[in-house]
Write a protein that binds this ligand. Structure first.
Ligand SMILES: [Zn+2]
Length: 493
């Protein structure tokens, strides 16, 4: 048998020899025993005993290592013999078991060598991405000759093919993009290797998941998702062997954040367009969110649409016991706490407020007044109250009511009915007109949460310098606040 010659002896070769340590230990043992003969040395027995242990230990270690080395040499010879036999044209007399017996090696390491050999040949076959019929027949014969069990064989086949696919997948994704051509290449490679989606997932694993998430983030950073983006995500998902559900859960966090952002952006201008509504509905289905998950959002959308209708002049009618003039219609009649301030004091009164098509009336035990809608100069809406500024002697102050948004919307509508242009300058109107680009940048900068308390619900785009004082619709002047913080921030409260 053909054994490769050993390397020549250099000092490094000696040091790296496995037998070096036992020999060293034996030498130290002998030195110790020698030291034990020195007269006058205390505890000479310890030297003798320690030295003896070292010599015996070193000897045993040397024998074990030599045995191990001999076996390695035998296995190496066996490998050579095996390869030699398999290279022969005529394999009719070949028997793996007999060869193992002849070489005197144990069966398990021999089987490992056979598996390794087989794996290398499979690797050569799939390198071009296709296993031809003749290659397949060859592999069948080889597996038979090497006496590989079907289980071991299928494991090796799967491993090699997955590795081959993973290699190509990483190579294709190295530039971070997946073109149509590349996706088609991967698809045909999957088909020719006969990989199941599970196998593909095993092959691409983290690489595929990471790539999918990265692409998704890249898509949503643009602020909207197009048909082409969806197409690319779909291709990448397929190429990674990810199921729809797995892909969904991978990007769930990002997608939810995106849903929230789209929602608050859509809601901010007090107007939900058909496109915005469609986009949100599509996002919901893409994210696999249940109607339950989005209940709050959809309720808000319905509410926004309702408020929008009110602002547009579709006013609710309300019964009232107030004495109305002919043709006067009541739109609001509810309890209200009215707060007003003069230069020297602040006061509040519990009463009720009525809005009709002609007047705003406040009545309470201590204070009562009314004013014409045309007197309204500005309206600001907070979570539980509405601040009104009027040009007359009455009415300026804060109105705390149960539904501040609806109250403000009705006020805005009747004010618009009475002096159309002025209503366009109200804070409630103007604050709705933040450009889409500004909203996106502000949202990204503030991380989609209230900059004061970190809340993630009831968010609003707030102007750092209010409109009424000339604040602009710029990224620098807009921030995200929750309703509560927005309310606290107001200098009037
Ligand atoms: Zn807050």
């Amino acid at each position: 048998m053909n054994v490769p010659s050993r390397p020549s002896l250099g000092i490094s070769a000696v040091l790296t020899r496995p037998a070096f340590l036992p020999v060293l230990s034996g030498t130290i043992g002998l030195l110790l025993i020698g030291g034990g003969f020195t007269p006058g040395l205390p505890a000479r027995g310890v030297f003798f005993f320690g030295g003896l242990c070292c010599v015996v230990g070193g000897g045993v270690g040397y024998l074990v290592l030599e045995e191990w080395r001999r076996r390695q040499v035998d296995l190496e010879s066996f490998r050579w013999a095996l390869v030699h036999e398999l290279r022969k044209q005529d394999r009719s007399n070949f028997s793996f078991s007999q060869l193992v017996e002849r070489a005197g090696v144990s069966r398990r390491p021999a089987d490992e060598i056979a598996a390794e050999l087989y794996q290398r040949v499979v690797g050569d076959c799939v390198r071009d991405g296709v296993v031809t019929a003749s290659e397949a027949a060859n592999l069948d014969q080889l597996a038979f000759l090497l006496e590989l069990s079907p289980i071991v064989r299928s494991q090796i086949d799967a491993r090699v093919k997955e590795r081959r696919y993973a290699e190509h997948f990483r190579w294709v994704l190295a530039d971070g993009a997946l073109t149509d051509d590349e996706a088609a290449q991967l698809a045909s490679l999957r088909a020719s290797l006969g990989l199941t989606p599970d196998a593909v997932l095993g092959a691409t694993g983290l690489t595929g998941g990471d790539a999918y998430r990265a692409l998704f983030r890249q898509v949503i950073r643009k602020g909207h998702i197009t048909e082409a983006d969806l197409n690319e995500l779909g291709k990448l998902r397929e190429s990674s062997g990810l199921t729809a559900a797995a892909a969904q859960s991978l990007v769930r966090e990002d997608a939810l954040a995106f849903y929230r952002e789209r929602f608050f952006a859509a809601k901010q201008d007090g107007h939900i367009s058909v496109q915005e509504e469609n986009e949100l509905a599509w996002l919901q289905s893409f994210l696999g969110l249940s109607d339950n998950d989005t209940f709050w959002f959809r309720e808000q959308i319905e509410r926004i649409k309702c408020l929008e209708r009110v602002r547009g002049g579709d006013l609710p009618t309300h019964s009232t016991h107030k004495l109305l003039e002919g043709g006067e219609i009541c739109h609001w009649d509810a309890p209200c706490r009215y707060c007003w301030s003069t230069a020297t004091y602040e006061k509040s009164a519990e009463g009720e407020v009525v809005i009709t098509s002609q007047r705003v009336i406040f009545t309470s035990g201590v204070k009562r007044f009314e004013f014409k809608p045309a007197r309204i100069v500005d309206i600001r809406c907070y979570s539980d109250g509405v601040s009104i500024n009027t040009s007359g002697r009455h009415g300026a102050g804060l109105y705390f009511v149960a539904d501040a948004e609806l109250f403000a919307a009705i006020l805005e509508a009747i004010a618009r009915n009475h002096k159309y242009l002025a209503a366009e300058r109200f804070s409630t109107t103007r604050s709705r007109q933040i450009p889409e680009q500004v909203k996106q940048e502000v949202w990204a900068r503030d991380g989609g949460r209230c900059v004061r308390c970190g809340a993630q619900e009831y968010l609003e785009y707030d102007h750092v310098i209010p409109f009424s004082r000339g604040g602009a619709n710029t990224v620098a002047n807009v921030q995200i606040l929750c309703r509560r913080c927005n309310l606290l921030k107001s200098d009037r409260i």
